[in-house]
Ligand binder design. Structure first.
Ligand code: GLV
Ligand code: MN
Ligand code: MN
Length: 414
């Protein structure tokens, strides 16, 4: 077995070990701040320490492992990904980048490679935003863009984000201490499964990421009048669920008309006080719109909102539209990508360049540092699903190319 396959095998063992730590047996669910999250975080910290890194847990709850170089005032290159998951997730979305990161740094230590800059591996605590309907809590704290106004947001059990931070050992007043100052960054690198089908269809193990689509997420609340399902005539209802349903289909139709430039998803409907014999009085639904083209993203959101208001007005339903997240498309850094391109081709892999439709911690980090990403093929492109899978030989390819990339970066900065 080649050296890289052996290393990939160890990565896979760890992927499975981390996946076994879950809020609900029989599936992988590890959302921010839960006991499963804390247990998973401790395991990742233990692995970082075993590799030889100096570890800390920061205020928001990221695990950080440092390799400090001897040069005074040296900049820091960050390798990162996340260890939280969606509900009933796959094993690879997030953890793959962290666990390969541990392997890469262990290699640097074992080969006694002299570093001209510091390297920090960060296992971000919340990229998915499931628990508090936010995203990028961990990477925003490190990038310095964490918005303190969200600290009073509550999860479904009425626990605030501030309380959740406290429960896992942090202090919401100190989040600014997690920041890496903008002028200390050398760059950022994230390894992630593709979460789409291109590499699988092309039969290629890895890809260079050139850009990450911008996204807008909103919570749309439809408020009508709750009523008796048996007594209120059909034409006298203010049914919030029927209104939300029309909005869901109108959103899908709009995105289908613009399918080369845009995706739009309503993934969650919360029917408040739902019962089979009650006309829904209030429905909160999620909306997620993404495009790699900023002007298309902005105009799509405007159009979708307008359509939503028209549907509400027609049905006499009050509509509230609250934007939860808005990110611009991110262009990956030219110089880092040139190095990554060389690393891919020098290792004899075909070069495929992809735009990521998924969001990544690289997005908030791009506001303060040059970012780069490497994608790894996953089975049929399936993600956010227990069927998510990455093959050992593709993980080995990612390790081989990333090793080469880091060595080149070290050499170029020496
Ligand atoms: C993260 O998984 C996203 O929703 O893009
Ligand atoms: Mn995800
Ligand atoms: Mn992810």
């Amino acid at each position: 077995m080649s050296e890289y396959l052996q290393r990939a095998e160890k990565v896979l063992v760890r992927i499975n070990e981390l996946a076994a730590i879950t809020e609900e047996q029989g599936c992988v669910t590890r959302t921010y701040g839960t006991p499963a999250f804390v247990e998973g975080r401790s395991l990742v910290k233990k692995w970082m320490e075993a590799a030889g890194l100096q570890t800390t847990i920061d205020t928001i709850g990221n695990v950080r492992g440092k390799l400090v170089c001897s040069t005074v005032n040296a900049k820091t290159f960050v390798i990162g990904s996340h260890i939280d998951t969606v509900v009933n997730a796959g094993k690879f979305d997030g953890p793959l980048g962290v666990i390969i990161g541990i392997d890469l740094l262990e290699q640097i230590i074992q080969t006694k490679t002299k570093l001209p800059f510091n390297i920090e591996l960060i296992a971000f605590c919340d990229e998915e935003g499931v628990r508090f309907q936010t995203t990028f809590l961990g990477s925003k704290a490190v990038a310095g863009s964490f918005d303190k106004n969200i600290l009073d947001k509550k999860d479904k059990n009425e626990i605030t984000l501030r309380e959740a931070i406290h429960t896992i050992g942090g202090d919401a007043n100190n989040i600014k201490e997690d920041v890496i100052a903008a002028d200390n960054w050398l760059g950022y690198f994230e390894i992630h499964i593709e979460q789409g089908p291109v590499l699988y269809k092309k039969n290629i193990p890895i890809a260079l990421v050139t850009a990450i689509a911008g996204q807008c997420r909103a919570a749309v609340t439809f408020t009508g009048v709750a009523g008796h399902a048996g007594t209120v005539p059909m034409d006298m209802r203010q049914d919030a669920l029927s209104c939300a349903s029309e909005f869901v289909l109108a959103t899908e139709a709009y995105a289908l008309e613009n399918k080369n430039n845009l995706v739009a998803t309503v993934g969650k409907l919360d029917v408040v006080h739902a019962a089979g014999n009650v006309i829904a009085g209030k429905v909160v639904c999620s909306l997620d719109v993404r495009s790699a083209d900023e002007s298309i993203l902005i105009s799509s959101i405007q159009q979708t909102k307008k359509r939503c208001e028209e549907i509400g007005a027609k049905r006499n339903i009050c509509v509230d539209w609250t934007v939860i997240l808005q990110t611009k498309p991110v262009i990956c850094n030219k110089e880092l990508n040139a190095l990554l391109t060389q690393s891919i081709t020098e290792k004899n892999y075909e070069l495929v360049s992809l735009v990521s439709g998924a969001g990544h911690d690289a997005v908030p980090i791009s506001e303060v540092a040059p970012v780069s990403m490497l994608f790894v093929r996953c089975f049929e492109g399936i993600s956010h699903n227990p069927l998510e899978n990455a093959e050992i030989k593709d993980i080995a390819a990612a390790i081989e190319v990333s090793d080469h990339f880091l060595n080149k970066l070290i050499l170029n900065n020496s």
